[in-house]
Ligand binder design. Sequence first.
Ligand code: EPU
Length: 421
Amino acid sequence: MEKLIIQGNHPLNGEIKISGAKNATLPILAASLLSEAPIQVSNIPHLQDVTTIVSLLGQIGVNITLDERTNIEINAKELCSFHAPYELVRTMRASILVLGPLLSRLGEAEVSLPGGCAIGTRPVDQHLKGLQAMGAEIQIEKGYIKAKAKRLRGASIVMDIVTVTGTENIMMAATLAKGQTIIHNAAREPEVTDLANFLNTLGAKIKGAGTSTIIIDGVDHLTGGSYHVLPDRIETGTYLAAAAITRGKIKLKNTRPDLLESVLLKLEEAGAFIDTGTDWVSLDMKGQRPRAVNVSTAPFPAFPTDMQAQMMALNTVAEGSGVITETVFENRFMHVQELQRMGANIALKGNTAICMGIDNLHGAPVMATDLRASASLVLAGLAAHGETTINRIYHIDRGYECIEEKLAQLGARIHRMPEGN
Ligand code: EPU
């Protein structure tokens, strides 16, 4: 398996471009199933998760052309299957995003239940409850969700908890339903809004995305169109935290700092000097050690769970102690034990991690366990004295485009060791 090798303790310095958002790209590609006309999408990140959804859509009969840059052409005119197999779904839970569109477009869908996950149990009951309220008949058989509906009809749906892909699945299904659907307690994440904007480009009638009440008036069909995916706010936050932990100075271009306020505020609290424009953000630590911060994760616009592990890495070498509370997923502290192997002083108590900052981490061999946990290990490796080897980096490749190239561009001493070495 490939590994990342990092020689740490060098401040990051320079400029890089941020890629398109993974968590907007995945639902947008799934939503292309709803239209029979050609669609072009740009700013697509080259990521393993994008490859997975492209293969899944290909198996369903969608014709997809990717160019070497970041553009994709999609034609979902002739679909040949309504089946999303276990082999693909188990490698990427977001495959559940084809459930709503397939059911709405074809009247039938068979999607494998995603199964367990490193960060929590992650049930999909809210997705199913919403579709059932719209008239779908749903059965779980042999590990598959089997859903049928002649034509979905609009409904008023109250989500019991805020769920990002749950909101997206119902919103997609509702675009072609008969009548009006109202989603109460909807997720407000910018990626939900981006999906709504994409669907509206194709002629959908969605209002209220970005608030907790989304209203969708069903239409008979969607048209084709072109769309540019929004920048990845979590990639942005991860590089900013990388600069903060190494006491560096960086500028990130092609991004949207307005989508990252809770993270920017915490980085400022940690001692960073932050400057922003409409499509860029810069961070300067002026060579100073960061200060530890307290963080509690919650749905947007609060602090994102997808930045929790990276803030934990920052706290490990910060001045003072910081308390991190994870409220979204029940098991998202897998990075703690790996950070401890690098010398971090972290005590875990339920969903809270108390971290006492130490002067220096030391390099060590560590193992990536999930996407954001691996990002925190990269950050720790960049700050640590000596060499850090990160194993199982396929997790990182799921969500960070060319991470070692971008970090090298910022002056990091990082390289990828090919398989077998
Ligand atoms: N939940 C339920 N029932 C449901 C759906 C969710 O109990 O039917 C629970 C989950 O178990 C969790 C909470 O609700 O405790 C929130 O989960 P949510 O459904 O919002 O997560 P998701 O839609 O599966 C997306 C992102 C995640 C991100 C979360 C939270 C995508 C493709 N994935 O997941 O991204 O952490 O929202 O913001 O959009 C990542 O990129 O590393 C990642 C994990």
